[in-house]
Design a protein around this ligand. Structure first.
Ligand SMILES: [Mg+2]
Length: 370
């Protein structure tokens, strides 16, 4: 099988909730959609959700990067994933969202050629999954409690709160949510690099009684030394997110003992291919993984869900971005429960099992590489 052409779409979508974090906030989802076309009539879909604060890429730079990678891949066999992804990373070590979109599209093609869902090709087993839901920085205790109440009503049993602000605001907000939800609901906090060591220690001391699952990325991405010091001093586990893009980061963090958990995001790792490597390293160190997202539609989240089905070591799920999109351009793929939105089910269709609604493909600006 050979790649004959690649379609690149500017995948613009509205958001129904703007999730403010310590790095900043994005007002709408400006994603990139990739369609790989082949000489066998099989096509594959992939999505990237550039988040400039973390991955240093924007939709505009992703479009150019995709055209560049597209030219590199014309004539190649899309099912030779290891070889293609190695080539892609050699030519473009940056732009993980774009690399991730190509990775997904290739797994989609492989699955369709084998007439099997991607999780099965990866040796996984289908089951129902459950995700948390995230709340951004809110203005008041009343606001966080109102949102937490809404999440409970939707069926969530895990809530992730964005922290990373100075002073006692984060503690007051997390405590207000704990008071409201009771002991049964799992709470996690994610500071997105917002604290320094002293602030992390202060917050850990204040929050120690709130029964948190973990502190996610409390410190700046480069500061592994203080992550090690923090981990030695507090009783709350640490989850590395922005500090772990690929298998090399994972190896370094595990070797140094800088974190308890690693957060895999396909948009950081460059797709399933590298997500598998990160998970394998975490497993060999005795660490569990989390899977997170940027602002992907159900397409990107479907690829992430297939990886989770294939690797039970990935135990924490934060695959909620499609719940804050104001529109849903996807047919098939992962679905949230009708009554309980925290449940995720993935079907049995070949590949990723996803198609795009024609009205969106007509509406979004597109480019063709052939
Ligand atoms: Mg995070």
């Amino acid at each position: 099988m050979k790649i004959t052409s690649i379609d690149i779409f500017k995948m613009d979508m509205k958001l129904s909730y703007i999730c403010a974090v310590s790095l900043g906030s994005i007002p709408s989802a400006e994603n990139i959609l990739i369609k790989i076309n082949t000489d066998m009539g099989i096509h594959g879909w992939g999505e990237g959700s550039p988040y400039s604060f973390i991955t240093g890429e924007t939709q505009a730079t992703c479009i150019e990067a995709a055209k560049f990678l597209g030219k590199l891949l014309i004539g190649k066999d899309p099912t030779a994933i290891e070889e293609n992804l190695t080539l892609i990373k050699r030519y473009l070590p940056t732009h993980p969202s774009v690399r991730s979109a190509f990775d997904m599209a290739m797994w989609d093609v492989l699955g369709k050629e084998c007439k099997q869902p991607v999780y099965k090709i990866l040796g996984g087993k289908n089951r129902q999954l459950r995700t948390d839901q995230t709340m951004g920085h809110e203005n008041s205790v009343e606001d966080v409690q109102k949102l937490a109440k809404k999440f409970l009503d939707q069926g969530f049993n895990e809530i992730k709160m964005k922290t990373g602000r100075p002073g006692k605001t984060d503690f007051n907000h997390v405590k207000a949510v704990r008071d409201l939800v009771g002991e049964e609901i799992q709470l996690k906090v994610d500071s997105n690099q917002g604290w320094n060591l002293a602030e992390s220690l202060n917050n850990a001391r204040l929050m120690e009684s709130l029964d948190l699952m973990y502190f996610e990325q409390p410190l700046p991405v480069w500061n592994l030394d203080d992550m090690i010091r923090l981990r030695e001093k507090i009783n709350i586990p640490i989850c590395a997110d922005e500090s772990v893009f690929d298998e090399f980061d994972a190896f370094k963090i595990c070797k140094l003992g800088a974190a308890d958990y690693l957060n895999i995001k396909l948009g950081k790792s460059g797709g399933i291919h590298t997500g598998l490597k990160i998970n394998a390293i975490a497993e060999s160190y005795g660490a569990k993984c989390m899977i997170g997202c940027f602002t992907e539609s159900r397409l990107g989240l479907t690829a992430a869900a297939h990886l989770v089905l294939a690797r039970p070591n990935i135990i924490f799920l934060d695959l909620d971005s499609a719940l804050i999109l104001g529109e849903d351009p996807i047919i098939g793929g992962m679905k949230y429960g009708e009554k309980n939105k925290s449940f995720i089910s993935v079907g049995e269709k070949p590949g990723l099992g996803v198609e795009l609604k024609e009205e969106y493909l007509q509406k979004w600006k597109s480019f063709k590489v052939e």
